[in-house]
Design a binder for this molecule. Structure first.
Ligand code: FAD
Length: 321
């Protein structure tokens, strides 16, 4: 029996063999995975975990792939995608419970529509709630960790744990959920988020203003993964935000293969069409080297690189110095 046949027989949701990972990330880069499964229940996820554990198959968890660079060789194992099929949510008073596949911009609309404030910062982030929590993502100097009341997760061994906020290790674009790899680490099932009661129209307007500002600033037409480099406070003090640093280094419009530093915003790398992971990593390396030569600091990346064996690390750590 093939891997896909075994997975289909197990009933772990929608299963696709040889799935091109470029179709599951906003950068549109990445080779095929052996198989991709999209469960729609906790039971299906638990069955998949037990199967890969017994068969010793690496597992890579993804949301909407808006912060991931997949290897050109793809992934030798099973990708567990928690997206549209795992996205139930409910609103009770000022609290919202949501499964990890919930689309963040849709969640921001629902929160605003319920007359709740505190999630305006996430209105334009094109990820799933699980990915947002893993990355402690946000904007306007806010982060998702501030909204979290608890996070529900499964270990690779199938053990359930409810994480209190102080157990999540939230700091700037960091959380404990980034630790692990293809054989360890937590799988976020969902979370409860807390907000403040407010006026519906005011919150909606704040969301629309945030979206309009992003549309004016960010290159949204070509495939990209959002901000590539992190905004380290020490580096900020020295030379400003990463976009300015890359621009000052004269790198707007620089290309490696099909990857280009956006001429609109230098902290974005866009795929001009047919860019490979090697192109994107090559361009990240070039930027880092040029900035190091000018300022003596190595820029770290927010975007994470998923290698063929399922190791997920900041892309900067996958670049040769
Ligand atoms: C145009 C654009 C604008 C962006 N703007 C912002 C912004 O303003 N602020 C910001 O913070 N980010 C921004 N991003 C980056 C990205 O959208 C966020 O990091 C987002 O939260 C990632 O969510 P995702 O579902 O796409 O995660 P993925 O990219 O799929 O995964 C990210 C990481 O989380 C892990 N993961 C995903 N889901 C789970 C789960 N359920 N359980 C365990 N691990 C999981 C993955 O293995 C990976 O390590 C932007 C991206 C784009 C393309």
């Amino acid at each position: 029996m093939t891997l896909t046949e075994k997975l289909s027989e197990l009933q772990v949701g929608a299963v696709s063999p040889g799935e091109p990972l470029k179709d599951h990330c906003t950068w549109r880069i990445g080779g095929p995975a052996d198989a991709l499964a999209e469960p729609s229940s906790k039971e299906e996820i638990a069955r998949l975990l037990a199967f890969v554990r017994e068969e010793e198959i690496p597992l890579l968890v993804i949301g909407r792939g808006s912060n991931l660079l997949f290897s050109d060789k793809g992934f030798r194992g099973v990708v567990l995608k928690l997206g549209r099929r795992f996205s139930a949510l409910s609103v009770k008073g000022t609290r919202v419970r949501a499964q990890s596949g919930v689309w963040v911009p849709g969640l921001a609309r629902i929160v605003a529509g319920a007359g709740l404030s505190g999630f305006e910062h996430a209105a334009g982030i094109p990820g799933a709630l699980g990915g947002l929590i893993v990355m402690n993502g946000g904007s306007l100097r806010r982060s998702a960790g501030e909204n979290v009341r608890y996070v529900d997760a499964l270990s690779r061994g199938g053990e359930f744990k409810r994480f209190a906020p102080d157990e999540c290790g939230f700091s700037y674009r960091r959380s404990v959920f980034q630790d692990g790899g293809a054989r360890a680490g937590w799988i976020i099932l969902g979370a409860e988020l807390g907000f403040e009661p407010s006026d519906r129209r005011t919150v909606r307007k704040a969301c629309l203003d945030a979206l309009a500002e992003r549309r004016g600033k960010f290159p949204l037409r070509l495939p990209n993964c959002g901000s590539v480099f992190t905004n380290d406070p020490k580096v900020y003090e020295l030379a400003g935000p990463p976009g300015k640093i890359v621009e000052d280094a004269g790198l707007k419009g620089a290309t490696v293969g099909g990857a280009m530093v956006s001429p609109l915003h230098a902290n974005f790398i866009v795929n001009l069409g047919g860019a490979s992971a090697a192109d994107a990593l090559g361009l990240i390396s070039l930027v880092r080297r040029r900035v190091f030569d000018r300022l003596g600091v190595w820029l770290d990346t927010e975007v994470r690189y998923a290698s063929e064996d399922g190791t997920v690390i900041p892309a900067s750590e996958a670049c040769p110095r």
